[in-house]
Design a protein around this ligand. Structure first.
Ligand SMILES: NC(=O)c1ccc[n+]([C@@H]2O[C@H](COP(=O)([O-])OP(=O)(O)OC[C@H]3O[C@@H](n4cnc5c(N)ncnc54)[C@H](O)[C@@H]3O)[C@@H](O)[C@H]2O)c1
Length: 278
């Protein structure tokens, strides 16, 4: 099974490197020629522990390649993973122009069945828009009969621990909708993640909309915990209490748990602030 990852940013690079490490042949395509040239020379444009070595080893072993030719990337991949940016717009909503541009290209270039896997963080309903965009591009070419499917596979990696998060995930969320290609799509996703499910099943199967909402809900829940602890820290200051002791006191309740209970200067990173209410 050949994989094409579209977008060589944080998520795309980690996904491409890790899938190559698992033994797949992976082509990673980006529209930024400078970024592609850098990657082809063995340089990693982002700092992520372990990533450079993984990229170099898999390139040398011939399992991983970088390029900017999306036509070839679409035609050669059995699975096309979309990992392009969805930055927030002025009103807070996600800019889907990159995702939909890729969907259009897939419809414009594909010649046989493609499983389109959306890894970008997107609002609920984007899977349907990707499907419609591909279908429109196919119809324009007079190839409305060409089969494809769109599944959702949100990414939960943390920058700084991304390789470990990808290679040893708590869970893999996969949304596959009912339809004529359901069984084939599910089998392909099972093959893609087979190595994570050897000891126990880590894949949580659902429909596309539920998978899209799962990602937004997880981001919102984590951001809420941090915000909540920041409020408790303010309260502790006002009342002469020690927030660190309060944190340990509430975290030891198994219903609450210890992670994401550290007060700080507010939440940041790329993802949490950009998760608007769907
Ligand atoms: N960075 C994270 O920690 C993280 C974690 C989970 C999910 N996500 C989500 O994953 C998605 C990707 O995030 P990222 O941080 O990797 O983004 P990024 O901005 O680092 O990278 C996106 C890449 O896509 C490329 N691109 C854009 N349009 C393209 C096109 N038409 N064809 C080919 N390449 C194209 C850009 O040149 C860029 O290199 C976003 O939706 C983000 O919200 C990010």
């Amino acid at each position: 099974m050949k994989i094409t990852v579209i977008g060589a940013g944080y998520v795309g690079l980690v996904t491409a490197a890790c899938l190559a490490e698992l033994g797949f042949r992976v082509a990673c395509i980006d529209k930024d020629p400078a970024r592609v040239a850098q990657l082809q020379d063995g340089h990693c444009p982002i700092y992520e522990p372990g990533l450079t070595a993984l990229l170099q080893r898999n390139q040398q072993d011939g399992r991983l390649s970088f390029g900017s030719d999306l036509t070839r990337g679409v035609q050669q991949g059995d699975i096309l993973i979309i990992a392009v940016g969805t930055p927030p717009q002025e009103d807070g909503s996600a800019d889907l122009s990159h995702v939909l541009a890729v969907a259009h290209s897939i419809g414009a270039y594909m010649k046989s069945f493609k499983l389109v896997v959306n890894k970008s963080t997107v609002p609920v309903g984007t899977g349907d828009r990707v499907r419609q965009t591909i279908a429109r591009a196919l119809a324009t070419r007079g190839h409305a009969e060409l089969p494809f499917d769109v599944v959702s596979n949100p990414e939960f990696l943390k920058e700084g621990a991304a390789i470990d998060d990808f290679m040893r995930p708590d869970r893999v969320v996969v949304g596959v909708d009912a339809g004529p290609n359901h069984d084939k799509s599910r089998r392909m996703m099972e093959d893609l993640y087979a190595s994570f499910n050897r000891h126990h099943e880590r894949t949580v199967w659902m429909d596309v909309r539920s998978a899209e909402l799962t990602k937004y809900a997880a981001n919102a829940m984590l951001a809420t915990r941090i915000s909540f602890m920041n409020e408790i820290a303010n309260l502790a200051d006002l009342l002469g209490a020690d927030v660190d002791k309060v944190r340990r006191g509430i975290g030891s309740d198994s219903r609450i748990g210890h992670s994401f209970l550290y007060a700080g200067c507010g939440y940041g990173a790329a993802a949490f602030p950009r998760t608007p209410v769907p």
